[in-house]
Design a binder for this molecule. Structure first.
Ligand code: 6R9
Length: 680
């Protein structure tokens, strides 16, 4: 009788427990399983008793050291082999992988592929101007990386320094990242949509002396004055000695003594650049992300573990094979751009697309036109863009040939069923698995996704489902106890370390420990909630802290409140995320004015919006500002955000226990104010 693979695996696993001999297992595997594990993952030939994806996952968790050692030896080029696989203790927040090993990340992403296939395309730069894409081979990318590395070295950038990169997604941005890696400097990419103040804060915290930028950005047909933003930022950054400026447009920009023309300077440099031999645990990059306080945190990722994890997830979650064209449309300013536009694909010798535009420029067919033109095989995007495109209708998709597509990925926020179905049915013509990938800046790479799985294993819409190799999720109840059964919801934690996880928060290890390791001792706490279904699949239910997710961009409500509170007319404020049909979450601000302030609400709203856009970024601007006489507070003076959230969600029946409120009348006022604002 033919047995489906999963039954076979379960049977094998059960047999192992009962102690069936290895040879009978082997026969059983050969006879009944259609899954060739060694072909799927060559390393698994050395993993005893592994005969299927589920068994491989079990092995990767139960024999984590063997698993990661084999994968690290096979998939990374080492200058010196590592001595210890890991030295981790989650209860202490200590995470170290592959110590004793030395390697260079840029060599792993470039040189080794130049040796085997120099003319393979590494980057396809899908410029904002449709149909003007530019390709860079591995040889060319290595050349510009080396020139840039030499340039940085000549200008005094040393091992251990941190270079801030404020650029749109483009080949020189990728080369800048890799050039830092080549000479042993860390990079700090700041999303080019951030304001000068947000940029300055990140430059100061990273103590960068070097910034790399472009004269102007071009996105959605609009010009942004990025160099001018850098000029404004460095005014308050005494550490900055030099700014390299690439020319994205023809426009000459004002230059100061600190500025250097990037391309001109690069021409003076040699195309060979000696790579630095880096320790596995040296810093590769910092990337700032929002937490639940007003201050963004610079998460630190290191060399070997990060690269290995990005490469392995890229290969297996998306089923990426040699020769495929990988299209991740995330900006390089976010972790998704780091791991799946740059490091994962390049470590695997892949061809990766750098998308500079927007999903609706010059029209809502842009993504699918690009898929047809570049013959993209794996497309990786965000639910917010999918929801936006649904509104424009199917014709914009169907106009283009999508037969090259094999896998569709989703990231950044929960994907609602409607968006999932449309992505699957309309974009993928029902042929392409949709992988809803859950992960974070902190995790370095994808942790939960429907793939890899047994062939033909089910994919449930809107569920991230299966932990990746080496990932052991755990759910905790409100008392901090481990939930062991299925069909349970709780705080999502990780019970085991994995190589891709962040190592610390730059300049603030204490905050790292408090945020991720102290809430549930012995576990890494993600900040998200999750549900584990009867079948053992995971579904992310949303953040448990005061972080909201606007169009897939993380922002702390406290960060926005800090800015709003800086307005001289404002006494206090509370910012809440609410469910938004396109952005996922929108920003709703409650604002209490100081006594005696006599200003039109409309003028104040305008002022607050421009403050948020100047101090953080446009995406953080409130969609609604409700002026109130006071906010509902507990007797100890804490703002009752839970109540405000219910009001904003129009869920008045479940306001919950109001007994701790200082003055319940405040809630009624808030409800009335909310209704008034909505009826406007
Ligand atoms: C990769 C990235 C991380 C936060 C994370 C969670 C949310 C990301 C998700 C998801 C539901 C998914 N998130 N992927 N929620 N389903 N597939 O987005 O990193 O910017 O650090 O954001 O985004 O809340 O904690 P980052």
């Amino acid at each position: 009788m033919w047995l489906p693979c999963r039954c076979t695996t379960k049977y094998v696993a059960a047999s192992i427990r009962r102690g069936v001999s290895a040879s009978s297992l082997h026969a059983l595997r050969r006879g009944r399983s259609s899954w060739n594990s060694a072909a799927f993952m060559p390393e698994s030939a050395g993993f005893e008793g592994v005969s299927g994806r589920d068994a491989l996952h079990d092995y990767s968790v139960s024999h984590s050291e063997n698993f990661w050692a084999a994968v690290a030896r096979q998939r990374l080029n080492w200058i010196r082999p590592f001595e210890a696989v890991q030295d981790c203790d989650l209860s202490q927040g200590r995470i170290k992988w592959f110590e004793g090993g030395k390697l260079n990340v840029s060599v792993n992403c470039l040189d080794r592929h130049v040796h085997t296939c120099p003319e393979r395309v590494a980057l396809i730069w899908e410029r904002d101007e449709r149909g003007s894409e530019v390709r860079y081979t591995y040889r060319e990318l290595l050349e510009i990386t080396c020139r840039l590395g030499n340039l940085l070295r000549r200008h005094g950038v040393k091992k251990g320094d941190c270079v801030t990169i404020y650029m749109p997604t483009c080949p020189l941005a990728v080369a800048s990242m890799l050039a830092c890696a080549r000479i042993g400097a860390a990079h700090n990419v700041v999303f080019a949509g951030f304001s000068s103040e947000a940029l300055a804060e990140r430059i100061r915290d990273a103590q960068s002396s070097t910034v790399i930028t472009v004269n102007q950005g071009v996105r959605g047909g609009k010009i942004t004055e990025l160099k001018r933003t850098v000029d404004a930022a460095v005014q308050s950054c005494p550490t900055v000695r030099q700014v390299f400026v690439a020319m994205r447009t023809e426009k000459r920009v004002e230059v100061t003594d600190r500025d250097f023309a990037l391309e001109e300077e690069m021409l003076k440099e040699d195309v060979v650049c000696e790579p630095a031999a880096m320790d596995s645990e040296d810093v590769l990059f910092l990337l700032y992300t929002s937490g639940s306080t007003g201050k963004p945190k610079g998460l630190v990722h290191t060399q070997a573990g990060y690269l290995l994890y990005a490469a392995l997830t890229h290969r297996y979650v998306f089923g990426y094979h040699d020769g495929d064209v990988f299209g991740c449309v995330a900006d390089i300013g976010w972790i998704t751009g780091h791991s799946y536009t740059v490091y994962g694909p390049l470590a695997n010798g892949g061809t990766t697309v750098l998308f500079e535009s927007t999903p609706v420029y010059p029209d809502p067919g842009r993504y699918w036109d690009m898929v047809e033109r570049l013959r993209i095989n794996q497309f990786y995007g965000a639910p917010t863009a999918i929801r936006l495109l649904i509104r424009y209708g199917d014709q914009w998709v169907k106009k283009y040939d999508r037969s090259s597509l094999t896998t569709l990925g989703s990231v950044g926020e929960p994907i609602n069923t409607e968006a999932w179905e449309w992505y699957n049915r309309v974009v993928g013509e029902g042929r392409c698995p949709v992988v809803d990938t859950w992960w974070q800046t902190e995790t370095g790479g994808i942790c939960i996704a429907p793939k890899p799985s047994e062939p033909d294993a089910e994919i449930v819409p809107g569920m991230a489902m299966r932990p990746f190799f080496g990932i052991k999720p755990a759910l905790m109840d409100t008392e901090g106890k481990l939930l062991t059964s299925n069909n349970a919801s709780g705080a999502l934690c990780m019970a085991q370390p994995w190589p891709g996880m962040a190592r610390t928060i730059h300049n603030n290890h204490q905050r790292f420990l408090e945020t991720y390791f102290q809430p549930y001792p012995g576990y890494f706490f993600t900040g998200d909630g999750a549900y584990r279904s009867q079948e053992g699949y995971y579904q992310i239910t949303g953040r448990l802290d005061d972080v909201i997710n606007v169009s897939g961009h993380r922002i702390g409500t406290a960060e926005i409140e800090d800015v709003v509170n800086q307005c001289s007319a404002v006494a206090e404020s509370a910012v809440i995320g609410y469910s938004h049909s396109i952005k996922g979450q929108g920003v709703y601000a409650f604002v209490v004015l100081k006594k005696g302030v006599d200003m039109q609400e409309a003028d104040l709203s305008k002022e607050l919006n421009s403050m948020v856009s100047e101090k953080i970024a446009k995406y953080a601007c409130p969609d609604f500002i409700q002026f109130a006489k006071r906010l509902p507070k507990t007797r100890s003076g804490k703002i009752m955000r839970r109540v405000l959230r219910k009001v904003v969600d129009c869920d008045l029946d479940s306001l919950g226990d109001l007994s701790t409120l200082d003055d319940p009348a405040a809630v009624q006022e808030i409800i009335e104010g909310h209704e008034k604002l909505l009826s406007k």
